[in-house]
Design a protein around this ligand. Sequence first.
Ligand code: HEC
Length: 109
Amino acid sequence: MTSRWCLLSTLLLCAPALARAEDAAALWDKSCKNCHGPDGRAQTRMGQKESIPDMSRAAWQKAESDTELRDVIANGSPHNPKMKAYKDRLTPEQLDALVRYIRTFKAKE
Ligand code: HEC
């Protein structure tokens, strides 16, 4: 019983620290995909309902700076409470990794 609790709390405490930049894809799948879609195009129920921008659009990629993206992920969107602040759940490295990952969604033209 006690050892189970230990294992569980160790997992919960260490999970964010263990995640590396290369795990950005896994992080995206776990925490972001439900709303933003596997490819950032937000073709999801939440995406439609909340008009989440299509992150694959070149114009969107150009308009958003890394700093702006990081800020929304860290602090949530000032325009829509559905986009929550992740700064207490993710490390600074994970925030950076997610910004880089979002850049990979840019559609080839
Ligand atoms: C519960 C649904 C939901 C989840 C989960 C979610 N988001 Fe969002 N996200 C939104 C919505 C809705 C918006 C649009 C906010 C707005 O209109 O300003 C948004 C906006 C964003 C934006 C800014 C887009 C822009 O054009 O300014 C970024 C970047 C972003 N999300 C990244 C993430 C990342 C990274 C994750 C996972 C760690 C994540 N989101 C998880 C719903 C979600």
